[in-house]
Design a binder for this molecule. Sequence first.
Ligand SMILES: Cc1cc2nc3c(=O)[nH]c(=O)nc-3n(C[C@H](O)[C@H](O)[C@H](O)COP(=O)(O)OP(=O)(O)OC[C@H]3O[C@@H](n4cnc5c(N)ncnc54)[C@H](O)[C@@H]3O)c2cc1C
Length: 406
Amino acid sequence: MVDFQLDAETREILEAYRGFVEEVVLPREEEANFEDSDAVPEDLLAEVRQQARKRGLWAPHMPQAWGGRGLDALALAHVHEELARSPIGPLAVNAMAPDEGNMHALLHFGTDEQQDRYLQPLVDAEIRSCFAMTEPEAGADPYQMQTRAERDGDEWVINGDKWFVTGADGADVAVVVAVTDPDVHPKEGTTLFLADTDRPGFQVDRDVPAMGAWSPGGHCELTLDDLRVPADAVLGPVGRGYRVAQDRLALGRTTHAMRWIGMAQRALDQMASRALERESFGKQLAEHQSIQWMIADSVKELYMSRNMVLRTAAEIEAGDDPSHEVSVLKVFAANAAQEIIDRAIQVHGALGYSKDLMLERFFRDARAGRIYDGPDEVHQWSIAKNALDAVEDEGTTRSVTGGWTR
Ligand SMILES: Cc1cc2nc3c(=O)[nH]c(=O)nc-3n(C[C@H](O)[C@H](O)[C@H](O)COP(=O)(O)OP(=O)(O)OC[C@H]3O[C@@H](n4cnc5c(N)ncnc54)[C@H](O)[C@@H]3O)c2cc1C
């Protein structure tokens, strides 16, 4: 039984995050000049971060022992949503990809030394990180990965090209995914390495200009040319990098979905408000049935996305394998957010298309959600496979549709 009820303490915490977004984050959007650039200005970010710390809202996803707020997955579902109503929000509390996912990987798979060296400064936002997995010739399909790491005495030597690595420009450390045994399945032959980016052989070739999804440090193309890292730079067990990466991505996909819900919520609120304010052909937009249907469809999709997030968060909290739920959620919520934002633009007409509102930016940002962390089609493939396996093994697809199973 999934219990979505929030206790009084969690409600108080959520109230604090909502207050922070409404009192500190949203009022700063105007001075960020998002009409000219998607970038969050550094001085503005420093100021809102100071406020977040002062209010005790820093790093909601990290345990208190590491200086975070220590929230569980259910509370985080609501918190990430609140924060993502503005592109400033997730960064303001240091809970944004890729640092957030890397903190998670270090917390669960890092050695004591790795945690001291990288996790604490990451939580404190003293350093930035990136996660280098995708390659020019290998994205959705891990079998195609070309980057190799070979053991040489007390070191590993890494060679390969990486592509679209968020945050790489100016990052202090990179989590590099490389094949260490090409003769076995990637699940058994891939390893993660923590590479300091000032090491010889680590080169950022360019920040690839992109449609949206702005991030500090861009989305970069990298060359790893005889990049040497010490043996103790391996994150998690040798040969188990794919599993560690999947664990990191499962949480990352869920928190991305939480953020898409935040954007979609703001878009729907604006859509409904505009429908009440604006008149056309002698009546409110809200009185036209076609507009009502856009609102109704958006309500249904947002409702379903939110319930899926909470269900997935509950699976994570219970320690169950959430990979199927994450795939269902990831595809559904990414597409729902895009549809809802698109309808909000439509209801606003030219104003929605303009940069006077955040909707056009949200539309560009949300589009990436259908590609990163596994494109729609790969998750659809996996969802269908799970359904077919379930009906073969159990005679019903209940277990993959959230139904009760014995
Ligand atoms: C904003 C953004 C940020 C990113 N950040 C990072 C990052 O920090 N680190 C990192 O390593 N990567 C990052 N990526 C890369 C991202 O993870 C990859 O783009 C993604 O895994 C898809 O790989 P690809 O682009 O090479 O597409 P490909 O693998 O070439 O796939 C292209 C298309 O082919 C189709 N396709 C592929 N496989 C199948 C299939 N089995 N069945 C049906 N159709 C299929 C899909 O339509 C897919 O979109 C980022 C991408 C974006 C857009």
